[in-house]
Design a protein around this ligand. Structure first.
Ligand code: NAP
Length: 253
């Protein structure tokens, strides 16, 4: 006997779904039945994600690949036009694409600041804008923005990144207020230290030091974040909006 998956019939878009957290989110949403548009900045960048989605049990949602640079308004516009022409709607928007350009404040250039804010904050603004109308039209659409605990705590060496992720919380709360009347919820998931390419770049000393600060005594997996995003996209989270949900093994409690 077949049963209907919770997100069957929904269309989702996940930015930065080529690897790491974004890939895990895309697979989780597809496993719950959604058709998932997966983005990378490179053609073929989401091939492995699409393969993982194709390997899900029969009845799961399908994956589709898109190329977009969220920092570029024309690229975002073209991507949204393509998705809306093909799918006709998007109900679940997960803004996950993000970059770091770490450095101590005295050495941080304005270019490093703009590059990080341009992708992590302005990029989310552009993508939300491109899909705002279709999201507002749906009865129970969801925006989930992937922030960081650093947006709440700040971090030495990450002034640009912390500012972008703190700004994301303000953007999300404002969207939550403006669109609440349309049944749209908007929330932030704030990961702590998750084992991905982004954190693999850190030195073993920094990684060991971080591990000591995590009460649950392990780094997070992309799937830890994906499960939280899936929850926020589910019916069980229908009454949650404007919130920042910290998923960090207790690191910043
Ligand atoms: P990752 O492995 O470095 O992957 C980053 C993703 O973002 C890639 O898919 C990349 O696409 C995409 N991307 C980068 N710049 C882009 C742009 N201009 N336009 C569109 N897509 C772009 O990162 P991750 O660790 O999974 O992190 C995902 C999110 O979680 C980020 O927002 C990050 O800030 C946040 N986060 C991560 C951690 C952690 O510990 N890992 C902790 C807190 C928050 P390409 O395929 O083109 O490279």
């Amino acid at each position: 006997m077949s049963h209907v998956l919770p997100l069957s019939g929904k269309t989702a878009l996940v930015t930065g779904a080529s690897r790491g957290i974004g890939r895990a989110v895309a697979v989780a949403l597809a496993s719950a039945g959604a058709t998932v548009y997966c983005t990378s900045t490179k053609a073929g960048g989401c091939d492995e994600t699409l393969a993982a989605i194709a390997a899900l049990p029969a009845g799961s949602g399908a994956g589709r690949a898109l190329v977009v640079d969220v920092a570029d308004p024309a690229s975002v516009e073209a991507m949204a036009k393509h998705v809306l022409a093909e799918a006709g709607k998007v109900e679940l928007l997960v803004n996950n694409a993000g970059v770091t350009r770490d450095g101590l404040f005295l050495r941080m250039s304005a270019e490093d600041f703009d590059a990080v804010v341009g992708t992590n904050l302005r990029g989310v603004f552009l993508v939300c804008k491109a899909f705002a109308r279709t999201l507002a039209k749906a009865k129970d659409a969801r925006i989930v923005n992937v922030g960081s605990v650093v947006g709440l705590t700040g971090n030495a060496g990450q002034a640009n990144y912390a500012a972008s992720k703190a700004g994301l919380i303000g953007l999300t709360k404002s969207l939550a207020q403006e669109f609440a009347g349309r049944g749209l919820t908007a929330n932030v998931v704030a990961p702590g230290f998750i084992a991905t390419d982004m954190t693999a770049a850190l030195s073993p000393e920094i990684r060991d030091g971080m591990l000591k600060t995590i009460p649950l005594q392990r780094f997070g997996a992309p799937e830890d974040i994906a499960k939280t995003v899936l929850f926020l996209c589910s019916d069980g989270a229908a009454y949650i909006t404007g919130q920042t949900l910290v998923v960090d093994g207790g690191m910043t409690m």
